[in-house]
Design a binder for this molecule. Sequence first.
Ligand SMILES: [Zn+2]
Length: 379
Amino acid sequence: MPDVVELLSRLIGFDTVSRKSNRALIDFVADYLDGLGARCTLTHNPEGTKSNLFATVGPERSGGFLLAGHTDVVPTEGQDWTSDPFRATAKNDAIYGRGTSDMKGFIAVALSLIPELAALKRDHPVHLALTYDEEVGCFGAAQLAGMIAGLPYRPRFCIVGEPTSMAVVNGHKGKLSLDCSVRGTGGHSAHNDRGVNAVEIASEIIVRLRAMQKRLTGGPLDARFDPPFTTIHTGQISGGIARNIVPRDCRFEVEIRNLPGQDPAALQREIEAFAQTLLVGEMRNIAADTDIRLDAQSCIPALAPEGEDEDTARALAVTGANHCNVVSFATEAGLYQRAGVPTIVCGPGDIRQAHRPDEFVTLDQLRSCSAFLRRMIAA
Ligand SMILES: [Zn+2]
């Protein structure tokens, strides 16, 4: 499959680690699509350093498929790679490089189909949605899904090509990332009675989070997921500067991975209510300028399994599966579903390859994906 491999090699060659710009990759893809007669719309992050690309082949009308993926990749620092992660390397019937599975392989397959789709002059459009900043909070997709929701026409079905080994996935958990900062007072530890210890206040909130987790373990439950309940935990904490100083500041990161149907904002409000009613009042009795802040860093909606529509049934038939799966990782799919487009996740490569050194995708997976998209679109 020379076209797919050639396109994938070009895409891998752009170092699109999330903290860097993806503009060079987007410009390359936009040039390629322009040359094939596709209409491209770019939208940008507030700093103008990163772009989404929305492209349409065929008429601008309702119906047709939306093929969606993110262009950013996770960093490679500290990982033991045996080849240059930003140069595609062919070995053992596979292509190695950062993003081969997650998820430039899918994007390469989608791009390779555009020439034949453009030549067919079909009645129904095919759209491409390529985003920035998926790995750090789905910020690009949130913007692009909002744009799609505002279009005068609506794609009939969306395929997000995250690596599922070409299994059809119609559900995943959501993810709410919260940053909590506690502002106490400094001071000599010998007089801790006159201070507000930010580390200790943070600890009270963290203990509360553990209690919430214990409660959530009891339900609501959805047996399709592993684990079958919403999870909540503290992932990182920093605070204090020395043993003999009352810590003025403590900051910690909380992650909630919610089942579809469970509102993570309600859990956030519960934490806020606990902090405000039980802790802040007590803190301000000692010092007026103390505070607890809980900020949502990002919120990725869950993908809720929907009743089996015609397109999902076809995806199962084409892949030879008899049921849909759910996965534990979050994707952009929930955002497109929220924009009113029925959405599945199905893409080449193994999620166990994602984010790892020597990430690869097999040629066999790329071939399967190519055949899958061709049959879906043709039908
Ligand atoms: Zn991904």
